[in-house]
Design a protein around this ligand. Structure first.
Ligand SMILES: Cc1ncc(COP(=O)(O)O)c(C=O)c1O
Length: 342
């Protein structure tokens, strides 16, 4: 699978590390199970995270087309919007954001986390729309407005999840394959599903049958799996290849989503605390915290076998921790203290 023919910007120095989580694995208490972590929370651009990989291809395309303004959308605390804006800053482009409010007034210009970063990075314009808005239509409207002002807009869809963006996670799969670690299972969060689609295409395209479990943090299982599969198919068509991914390969559990997107769960809080207190690595409350809660639960249920290595894909998002610190200060620590080192 050759993705080198596509124009690409490079926003990360080298490749992201894979680290063994010794103390975290020990704290899980599942004999013989070792958890590793792929540190995509160390990708380049402000605040880091998975969207950096997608943007390397998307922004290269925008530049090829002579665009001067990037336009994209996301939730109020959107990592994707923050990273698109950061890429725009780096390339000397303008950036406008369409933010979806889950409740009226959810976006406040003096908000913390990613909202603080939108303003520090100098966002040109923020347009808020209510939950349920037709986002492709809202993006089209923002682009029409920009064109009327004499701009050359380039629209990036929700989560950067189109075939060009998916190439970023084919590149990530290639890094994992090149590492030669004996991995028995991969776990990651799933939102707009481009990360999962690219990872599966890259792994299967290189003949690796490692099971991949996506933890859906946005949609019910059926919808998440259908979205991932249609992105796999669209990307394979874009690359001009037969899809190497079968329907059975696409697994998106929704058991750890809780009451909805961005709404905290006890499992997420335990997972964020446990990784912080065993390894000093931060997760985020919306994506990686819930995905790690899923990994912990599957491990405790005996889903992984003795002697297996499970790789967790850390997709970033940590600015989200600083948006609502009360989530972590209000709740009890529970069982999340790791055992003292013997
Ligand atoms: C930190 C983080 N992890 C995971 C995801 C999900 O990635 P995808 O939308 O490709 O499924 C996102 C999406 O915004 C994210 O910000």
């Amino acid at each position: 699978m050759d993705i080198t023919r596509f124009p690409r910007r490079h926003y990360t120095c080298g490749i992201t590390p894979i680290e063994k989580l010794e103390r975290f694995s020990q704290a899980l208490g599942v004999a013989g199970l070792t958890v590793y972590i792929k540190r995509d929370d160390q990708l380049g651009l402000t605040g880091h995270g998975n969207k950096t990989r997608k943007l390397e291809f998307l922004v290269a395309d925008a530049l090829t087309q002579g665009a001067d303004t990037l336009i994209t959308c996301g939730g109020v605390q959107s990592n994707h919007c923050r990273l698109t804006l950061a890429a725009a800053v780096k390339e000397g482009l303008h950036c406008r954001l369409v933010l979806v409010e889950s409740t009226a007034g959810a976006y406040r210009p003096d908000g913390g986390g990613n909202v603080l970063l939108y303003h520090l990075l100098g966002v040109e314009k923020i347009i808020t729309v209510p939950w349920g808005t037709d986002l492709p239509e809202a993006l089209k409207q923002a682009a029409t407005e920009a064109s009327a002002e004499g701009r050359k807009p380039y629209v990036i869809p929700l989560g950067g999840s189109n075939p060009l963006g998916v190439l970023g996670y084919i590149a990530c799969a290639e890094e994992i394959v090149a590492h030669h670690l004996n991995i028995h299972h991969i776990v990651l969060p799933v939102g707009s599903a481009g990360t999962l689609a690219g990872l599966l295409l890259g792994l299967r395209g290189h003949g690796r049958s490692i099971p991949v479990t996506g933890m859906s943090v946005l949609n019910p299982r059926d919808r998440a799996e259908a979205t991932a599969m249609s992105l796999v198919q669209a990307t394979a068509a874009f690359l001009g290849i037969e899809t190497p991914v079968s329907g059975n390969d696409v697994v998106c559990l929704d058991d750890y989503l809780g009451e909805g997107y961005t709404l905290p769960t006890d499992g997420m809080i335990e997972a964020v605390r446990l990784l912080a207190r065993t390894e000093g690595i931060l997760l985020d409350p919306t994506y990686t915290g819930k995905a790690m809660a899923g990994l912990i639960d599957l491990a405790r249920q005996g889903h992984f076998k003795k002697g297996q290595n499970v790789l967790f894909l850390h997709t970033g998002g940590t600015p989200g921790l600083y948006a609502r610190p009360e989530i972590f200060s209000r709740r009890k620590a529970g069982s999340s203290h790791p055992p003292a080192h013997s």
